[in-house]
Design a protein around this ligand. Structure first.
Ligand SMILES: [Zn+2]
Ligand SMILES: [Zn+2]
Length: 376
């Protein structure tokens, strides 16, 4: 939730150093452009409008802005503890003009909520880790730096200064929601919205914890040693239980989800558990056969190239592929040879080659003859 929220400065399209005046200007412009009255039925505009208002609510308030700058969304989000905003009630439309007149009363922000004090599982964190081809093949350990919200140790997540307790909100009796009655030309509509008195939390904290500013959460950077199993492939995700954001009200932590990116290898490609590569050989080796030393992910292995090997021939090195992720066996390596044509021969070398060509003539070239003597 907090992680997926857009940055408030980004929402308003301003820089972190923006002045009060710039914040206000940006807000007015965007709020007008996305106002629901001017975009009837446009859900995307409505969502943006909410987001813009939420951002402005925080950035226009020196105290909230300071907390946001330091703690991010957790410093101001009502879902994280004290000091949040309560639905529509806190927005300041005072100087926006008449087009907002019909919008007071809190049509937005009235998302349905379960008991705000019930345990909630923490959000999962997604991270991406780049590893080498060999690390993917054989597994490795990586230190992954994770920024996550943890339960404040000082207040044990309550958000209250130690020794104090929160008050059950007298307006909503701890439910976090209240009935809103709205007079419209079509009659009176009753809807349920977040309680503005407690910001939808059901509790009011009179003496917020000084360490977490009453949020009950502290953002910390952790380095998590992660074992990446042998055989993992590009794009696969490892899930580490309980290493995501802390849960609320005693709920379990979310997970850490690590998506693996395998860096391309200079020589090898991978298909499933097979390793593929191309081996350049000389013309003489192709003709005469040769002892080759083929690079594999285990190091070099010997391979006897038979006499008369054609370009494009593929041979297999059994068991030199990627270990299976389930630990059962290994793939193979497939090596496709091609003749690397020599470049920039000197005069003597060229003469030797011409002599060779003359000596062979058109003999010993079965496929060549078939191709060039084809009639029609
Ligand atoms: Zn605390
Ligand atoms: Zn309340």
């Amino acid at each position: 939730m907090a992680e997926q929220k857009r940055d408030y400065y980004e929402v308003l399209g301003i820089s972190r150093g923006a002045s009060e005046d710039e914040i206000k200007k940006a807000y007015r412009k965007l709020a007008k452009a996305n106002h629901p009255d001017l975009n009837p039925g446009d859900k995307a505009a409505e969502a943006r409008f909410k987001e813009i208002n939420e951002a402005y609510e925080v950035l226009s308030d020196a105290d909230k802005k300071a907390r946001y700058d330091q703690y991010g969304h957790a410093g101001v989000d009502p879902n994280f503890g004290a000091g949040g905003f309560g639905g529509a009630s806190g927005f300041d439309f005072g100087d926006l003009g008449d087009i907002f007149g019909s919008f007071f009363g809190g049509g937005f922000g009235s998302q349905r909520r379960a008991n705000p004090n019930a345990p909630q599982r923490g959000e999962s964190i997604r991270q991406s880790v780049a590893i080498t081809f060999e690390e993917a093949a054989f597994g490795c350990e990586k230190a992954v730096a994770v920024d996550r919200y943890e339960v404040c140790e000082t207040c044990k997540g309550s958000g209250c200064e130690p020794g104090t307790t929160p008050e059950i909100c007298p307006d909503c009796h701890g439910t976090g929601t209240v009935q809103v009655r709205k007079q419209t030309p079509l009659g009176v509509f009753a809807s349920t919205g977040p309680c503005s008195r407690c910001g939808g939390k059901g509790r009011i904290i009179h003496q917020p914890c000084k360490d977490c500013y009453g949020t009950g959460m502290i953002r910390r950077r952790h380095t998590i040693e992660t074992k990446i199993p042998a055989g993992i492939d590009d794009g696969q995700t490892i899930s580490i239980r309980g290493q995501g954001h802390a849960g609320k009200n005693g709920g379990p932590s979310g997970d850490l989800l690590i998506t693996i990116t395998v860096k391309p290898h200079e020589l090898f490609r991978r298909e499933g558990n097979s390793v593929l590569c191309e081996a350049p050989i000389t013309f003489a080796q192709a003709v005469l056969g040769a002892e080759l030393e083929i690079p594999t992910i285990d190091g070099k292995v010997k391979y006897t190239l038979p006499e008369g090997t054609q370009t494009g021939t593929t041979f297999r090195l059994k068991g030199k592929g990627i270990p299976a992720l389930n630990g059962r066996g290994r793939g193979d390596q497939y090596v496709t040879v091609y003749i690397e044509t020599p470049r920039n021969l000197n005069k003597a070398q060229k003469e030797a080659l011409i002599k060779f060509a003359e000596a062979v003539g058109d003999n010993n070239y079965e496929e060549r003859k078939k191709f060039f003597k084809f009639k029609k």
